[in-house]
Write a protein that binds this ligand. Structure first.
Ligand code: HEM
Length: 399
């Protein structure tokens, strides 16, 4: 039995800092020397266990009784300054709740998202994409993170959730301030105001949108519950979506298997998305759970109240599973598994593929403005995210 409670022995792998961000698959390969689970540090002095094996990951995600969302004891231990606290602390939303409470909150989300017409969603994405591309088409160069992938999911969110322009603008400004880390406090305040205003507005003036459907759902969410779920949906629907779009475009532009056929229809885009979701998922490590007592699992002793995270990125590339035939095969874990599986995986994929197709349609001769190896990845244990994606192209007409 390997006891994973000791921080010194075996040594812990650092999941913070530039070294991990630059080449996470190299670090996962080293971690695999420990087997299916490895001792890690999420930030200096914050120990956790990372699950690398595909079967072990599925088993944990499907067993919320032994592996619940239950961070309260851990939060007391790490204190309010802990840098990973905002991503892991409990909040009254679907992501951080268990059992019947989770099922009720999630039902309002799942049922309302299911009412979004794919054809309409496609239109929202294409409209948002075209207006963003108009902003840089005749420049001949752009940063596809700052000028495209970051804003597009927010524009789509505004349409899906029936956000009037003034509230939507506030939401975009709030999220941008948080992402840019220029003023996270101001960003949070703007985001809080915008979600409150959206819920109040939709109570008064319901429409054919996800917010109104959630408000009228039989689960009967009150205004406080609604604002928490809307905040979750904005956060969950923007940062990972941005990175799915950007990582997908990077693959298309940098990998010979896709290049040369960029404007040849939608197949390369769908193939690139499959590949990214298997090998370089935008949420790389998450699904954090906290065993309530010391728990024996696959020959390891997991200490009570210490975080256990699933590495979707490592589990997908588990060498004990065949890497053949991944194209068109969606058995990857990049949208998680078990009761907290992403409820928007079809929306997420559709948004990313229309975002990529529209860009390639408008700018077919797009290429990277710097060698792929010179691109910078943002440090952090959870995401797989570029800081910028500079591209060049022959200037094109604004519509
Ligand atoms: C339209 C865009 C999206 C929306 C609205 C959305 C929404 C959500 C919500 C509400 C949850 C929590 C579900 C629950 O706990 O029951 C969730 C979970 C999750 N989503 Fe998404 N999501 C979106 C896009 C994405 C993308 C692009 C990815 C990355 C491939 C992703 C990966 C995940 C994962 C891994 C989880 C599980 C997290 C965990 O178990 O801790 N999502 N999503």
């Amino acid at each position: 039995m390997t006891d994973l409670s000791t921080t010194a022995e075996p040594a812990r792998f650092a999941m913070y800092g530039q070294e991990f961000a630059d080449d996470p698959q190299r670090v996962y390969a080293q971690m695999r020397a420990h087997g299916d689970l490895a001792p890690v540090e999420l930030s200096p002095g914050v120990p956790a266990t990372l699950v690398l094996g595909y079967d072990a990951a599925l088993e944990i995600m499907r067993d919320p009784d032994r592996f619940p969302r239950c961070s309260e004891v851990w939060e007391q231990e790490v204190g309010p300054e802990c840098p990973v606290l905002p991503m892991m602390m409990t909040r009254p939303n679907a992501l951080f709740t268990n059992g019947a409470v989770h099922a009720r909150l999630r039902s309002a989300i799942v049922d309302s998202l299911a009412r979004v017409e794919p054809a309409l969603l496609r239109e929202y994405v294409a409209d948002g994409a075209n207006s963003l591309i108009d902003g840089f088409a005749d420049d001949g160069r752009a940063d596809l993170i700052g000028q495209y992938a970051r804003t597009l999911p927010l524009l789509v969110f505004n349409e899906m959730f029936g956000c009037p322009r003034d509230i939507g603008d506030k939401l975009v400004r709030g999220m941008s301030a948080i992402f840019d880390t220029v003023d996270a406090e101001e960003g949070n305040a703007l985001l809080g105001e915008a979600t409150l205003e959206l819920v109040a507005h939709k109570r008064q003036k319901p429409g054919a949108d996800v917010t109104s459907w959630m408000l009228r759902h039989p689960a009967g969410l009150d205004d406080v519950e609604m604002t928490h779920q809307i905040t979750l949906l904005v956060g969950a629907g923007t940062e990972p979506e941005q990175n799915l779009i950007a990582n997908g475009i990077l693959l298309l532009l940098s990998d010979g298997r896709f290049g040369g056929d960029l404007s040849g229809g939608s197949l390369p885009v769908e193939d690139a998305l499959d590949e990214i979701l298997w090998t370089d998922p935008p949420m790389a490590n998450y699904a954090t759970t906290f065993p309530r007592q010391d728990t024996d699992f696959h020959g390891y002793r997991l200490p009570a109240h210490q975080p256990v995270l699933i590495s979707y990125a490592a589990a997908n590339t588990d060498p004990s599973r065949s890497a053949a035939n991944r194209t068109g095969n969606r058995a990857h874990l990049s949208f998680s598994g078990g009761p907290h599986t992403c409820p928007a995986k079809n929306h997420a994929r559709l948004i990313a593929s229309v975002a990529m197709e529209t860009l390639l349609d408008r700018l077919p001769d797009l290429e990277l403005a710097v060698p792929a190896d010179d691109l910078e990845w943002r440090p952090g244990p959870f995401h797989r995210a570029l800081t910028a994606l500079p591209v060049a192209f022959p200037p094109a007409a604004v519509r």
